[in-house]
Design a protein around this ligand. Structure first.
Ligand code: PNS
Length: 163
């Protein structure tokens, strides 16, 4: 079975992430959505909340639950991949600003474990500028971000920041 690990902070999952997930399922039979336990930035949502939102989003999308696993990880991503028996990391690429960061991560991961390969899927143009950080900022300031996130995330964001 072709398995890819799609890692991220997912704080929270956005429509950009879900579009990468949908495309990823064209290429892979199973995708493990792996939520990083301790992102560098202070997360708005707990790991459990972030995992619940991913589950709710894939349910909203009508994805066969056997094709998506939602999990969390700490430590090195390549070690997590080995532990899960996956040798592909899936990442989404948006505007050029993502490129350098992604290139650095992909090269570091290849250095750490040459048996794990990173693949990229281009975000579709509607989501080229959607990011969790901007969504949180806009929501905190009272902006309407409902069209940019799954329904359950919009509700949880509102509850969290009173947007
Ligand atoms: O959604 P993000 O914050 O861009 O995701 C970043 C993530 C989780 C993919 C990255 O921080 C990560 O893999 N962290 C785990 C630690 C690790 O393996 N570091 C070395 C490779 S860069």
């Amino acid at each position: 079975m072709s398995i890819a690990v799609y890692p991220g902070s997912f704080d929270p999952i956005t429509n950009g992430h879900t579009s990468i997930l949908r495309s990823g399922l064209v290429a892979f039979e199973k995708i493990i959505m792996a939520v990083l336990v301790n992102p560098r930035k202070n997360p708005l949502f707990t790991v459990e909340e972030r995992m619940a939102m991913i589950r709710e989003a894939s349910e909203e999308m009508g994805i066969d639950p056997s094709r998506v696993e939602v999990d969390s990880f700490d430590g090195l991503l390549v070690d997590y991949c080995r532990h899960k028996g996956a040798n592909v990391i899936l990442r989404g690429l948006r505007a050029v600003a993502d490129f350098e960061y992604e290139l650095q991560m992909a090269n570091m991961n290849r250095h750490l474990n040459p048996n794990v390969e990173t693949t990229f899927i281009m975000a579709d143009d509607a989501h080229f500028y959607v990011s969790s950080n901007l969504i949180k900022e806009a929501a905190k300031l009272g902006g309407d971000v409902d069209a940019l996130v799954p329904k359950s995330v919009a509700a949880r964001l509102r509850a969290k920041v009173g947007a």
